[in-house]
Design a protein around this ligand. Structure first.
Ligand code: PGA
Length: 253
């Protein structure tokens, strides 16, 4: 079964609204008409409106990097699903390893956000991944499997179909160290097996599973041609139109 590739840019805490608008315009010129692959960019909250205006009517979709699990009220500093939707957002990255490690978000909290995103018709991009210590201890499969099970907990199959998973080994993020295509593919296969057990094999076959962690214009071809890798969640290399466009235009082998 052919799964459509999703190439997603996570801009993290980079670029002012003015700078984000410039990058978005460059991307529209370079890849704004591509429909063969899904494209998503996730700027910071303060750039969402400006970027949304630039990408309107193109094939590029807008994502946010985080979202509150609550609807509204006394949650200083938080942003709700409705606010994101109002700014033109369709996708939301949840449980990124930087949120897990720096801001202490746990699986239960992330699961609540995934459920909220689904209830609001946003596409949650659920991030999972092991640390170097966990990999070296031979625990990568069980850690990632556990994050997947807990991330999808209590979500019926019909809704869960809209979740995108991003496997991002923590040791590969922003470090220039990439998982080998074979290792990444093996983990994606493992995630698919966990989803098959949780839901069904048909469900697992259709699930979109992205790889993230130092993906760039040089290594994208190899990674994106692996059978279980359905796209990328790209940080550093998404901050330049040229490298991000090259990843989107990866060579199919
Ligand atoms: P990186 O970040 O591509 O800079 O390693 C990926 C991510 O954290 O989503």
């Amino acid at each position: 079964m052919a799964r459509k590739k999703l190439i997603a840019g996570n801009w993290k805490m980079n670029k002012t609204a003015v700078e984000a608008e410039v990058l978005a315009k460059e991307l529209v010129a370079a890849v704004g008409k591509i429909t063969e692959r899904d494209i998503m960019i996730a700027p910071t909250f303060t750039s969402l409106a400006a970027v949304s205006a630039v990408i309107k009517g193109t094939s590029i979709k807008l994502g946010a990097q985080n979202m509150s699990s609550e609807d509204s009220g006394a949650f200083t500093g938080e942003i709700s699903a409705d606010m994101l939707i109002g700014a033109g957002v369709s996708h939301v990255i949840l449980g990124h390893s930087e949120r897990r490690s720096i801001f202490k978000e746990d699986d239960t909290f992330i699961n609540k956000k995934v459920k909220k995103a689904l209830a609001k018709n946003l596409v949650p991009v659920l991030c999972v991944g092991e640390t170097l210590a966990e990999r070296e201890a031979g625990k990568a499969d069980s850690i990632v499997g556990d994050q997947v099970v807990k991330g999808y907990a209590g979500i019926p199959e019909a809704d869960a179909k809209r979740v995108v998973v991003a496997y991002e080994p923590v040791w590969a993020i922003g470090t220039g160290k990439t998982a080998t295509p074979a290792d990444a593919d093996a983990m994606h296969k493992h995630i698919r097996d966990v989803l098959a057990k949780t839901y069904s094999s048909t469900f697992a076959e259709a699930a979109i599973i992205l790889y993230g962690g130092s993906m760039n214009d040089k290594n994208a071809d190899e990674l994106l041609n692996m059978p279980n890798i359905d796209g990328g969640l790209i940080g550093g290399a998404a901050l330049k139109a040229e490298s991000f466009a090259r990843i989107i235009n990866y060579t199919k082998k």
